[in-house]
Design a protein. Sequence first.
Length: 351
Amino acid sequence: MNCWKDNVKKVVPYTPGEQPQIKNVVKINTNENPYPPSPKVYEAMKNFDADNLKKYPDPLIGKLIEAIAEYHNIDKDMVFAGVGSDDVIGMAFLTFFNGDKPILFPDITYSFYDVWADLFGIKYEQIPLLEDFTIRKEDYIRENGGIIIANPNAPTSIALDIDDIEYIIKNNPSSVVIIDEAYIDFGGVSALGLVNKYDNLLVVRTFSKSRSMAGARIGYAVGCKDIIKYLNDVKYSYNSYTLSNLTIDLGVASIKDDEYFRNIVNKIIETREKYSAELKKLGFTVLDSSSNFLFAKPSGINAYDLFEELKRRNIFVRYFNKQRINEYLRISVGTDKEMQILIDNIKDIIG
Ligand SMILES: *Cc1c(COP(=O)(O)O)cnc(C)c1O
């Protein structure tokens, strides 16, 4: 007998980090920003007229796309926006990765890439990072149907040199190369400067980390006009109204407050450097971070046991039960106070 379950698309979903619903926890497990969004975002929220909710939002996301284009000093036809960069990258996979050859990405990287590839039936090859978790650019010069690289990479926190990125883009003219810059505001050099030079480059950004707006779900991509047009064609074939009226206003308000943005990014970088040194003092191996998190290997206790014991104490960090990185913890950079609580508890645990 046939069953409707025979016709179900069976996938192994992405596992998001835990969002504990209790208060008074130190939550440094999903790379959120510990600081609130800009005061201008609060103002925009207050000024929003709920009357507007009766209408559909602008399908072109015009106001926000104009603000982003102006911010980066590029043409608005070079910007695409979506419901977080997850939506933007998923849409890009659907749009650009339709060849017969496998797409390429590192074996250790954002764990959504293989999930989208499986969902959309895209073949892929995971290229091992070197022993020190860096990318060897020459490994990306082989037959492929597309490339995606997170820069800085997650969960390693390591940035790839912009010259190496350009080398990969330049030597793959018949593939779209996506550079996922979720963490670029915290270090590394952006590939945005290359979008006018290469028509096969798509740079993806998010408001979730550096702009403290993970809950608002805003992501965007920058590329040549053709790339953006193809992305929009797919978007309008799936869901035309992605960002809400309210979200668009909040996004514009954030972009307009550059001073606040730079200020919190700098604070996080300072805290990162301070507590990277503190962890090293406790014998941890800490990779060189260009992001808002630390990737660290504990000493005197294994990573999983430390993860569990910290959780018992209401301190949430991220552990990946995955080959090559199962001795590491990914620790988002919180406030100095939160990071000090972490250090004090680790000291207490490892004695
Ligand atoms: C957080 C993250 C994203 C997704 O961010 P959203 O904009 O919140 O969807 C994409 N890529 C990487 C590497 C990330 O760390």
